[in-house]
Design a protein around this ligand. Structure first.
Ligand code: KIV
Length: 277
């Protein structure tokens, strides 16, 4: 799946779900970033990212909420459509937001079908293990690829007592492994492990056929996912597990500051940026 050269839109070979299992078998790491709009998806796709997640983290990152709980299906559809349209290579996954699948397989299927029909993404993601296995089965049986999400699951953050590492201790680790197996047996094509101790994530990675995609779960997962704004340093604060590969937030403020100064001084627009005749 590696992008040996930076793919141009016309030469990019689409990443498909069967490539994920094949990558795990080859021991090739899978890369995933969130994306919420067309311009960012275009830039990140050119970098060779394997998977995009149109995450319900859009609630925190783009909509200014403190949790993902207020995000609705109607909130997710326009960004998912924009990312799917702009993406040539990466496999695009959309989150099923809180309240859109918990009631049971029928509700999950209705939401999944709507997402697939109205957005053009290639997979959906939902949070939970044994308790949502029937939902994963219903979606998978209908031909909708599903990515699971275990460990710290933000939609349950109040039940979990906040942002806390999950799976610590033998009993919790065992329960997490059972959840991971249930997600796999229900037909999921991959599973995100969020804020899980390294050795627990490693064990789950070993016992599963499907790839694990870690976020705050160490290097031994089959792949990694980050929220793109954390990865690119768009905000002053980011979680400890998120490495900042750039300081784009500061660069953007610096560019806007220069623009403001130029306009105030009257040095923009100059002749190069004006129609002289
Ligand atoms: O919504 C999201 O961005 C996520 C990632 C944290 C995996 O679920």
């Amino acid at each position: 799946m590696s992008a040996h050269t930076q793919p141009t839109p016309s030469s990019a070979k689409k990443v498909r779900v069967h490539h994920l299992a094949a990558a795990k078998q080859r021991g090739e790491k899978i890369t995933m970033l969130t994306a919420y709009d067309a311009v960012t998806a275009t830039l990140l796709d050119a970098a060779g990212v394997d998977m995009f997640l149109v995450g319900d983290s859009i609630g925190n990152v783009m909509h200014g909420h403190t949790t993902t709980l207020p995000v609705t299906v109607d909130d997710m559809i326009p960004p998912a459509r924009a990312v799917a349209r702009a993406t040539q290579r990466a496999l695009v996954v959309v989150d099923l937001p809180f309240g859109s699948y918990e009631a049971g397989p029928e509700q999950a299927l209705a939401t999944g079908v709507r997402m697939m029909k109205e957005t053009g993404v290639q997979a959906v993601k939902l949070e939970g293990g044994v308790r949502v296995a029937p939902q994963i089965r219903a979606l998978s049986d209908a031909g909708i690829p599903v990515v699971g999400h275990l460990g710290f699951t933000p939609q349950s953050e109040h039940a979990l007592g906040g942002h806390r590492v999950q799976g610590r201790g033998d009993e919790a680790a065992e329960a997490l492994a059972d959840d991971a197996l249930a997600v796999q047996e229900a037909g999921a094509v991959a599973v995100v492990l969020e804020m899980v101790p390294v050795d627990v994530a490693e064990r789950i990675t070993e016992i599963l056929r499907i790839p694990t995609i870690g976020i705050g779960a160490g290097a031994r997962c089959d792949g990694q996912v980050l929220v793109w704004t954390d990865m690119a340093g768009m905000t002053e604060w980011a979680p400890r597990f998120a490495k900042r590969y750039a300081e784009l937030g500061r660069a953007l403020t610096a560019a806007a500051t220069e623009y403001v100064e130029d306009v105030k001084k009257g040095t923009f627009p100059d002749a190069d940026h004006s129609f002289l005749e």
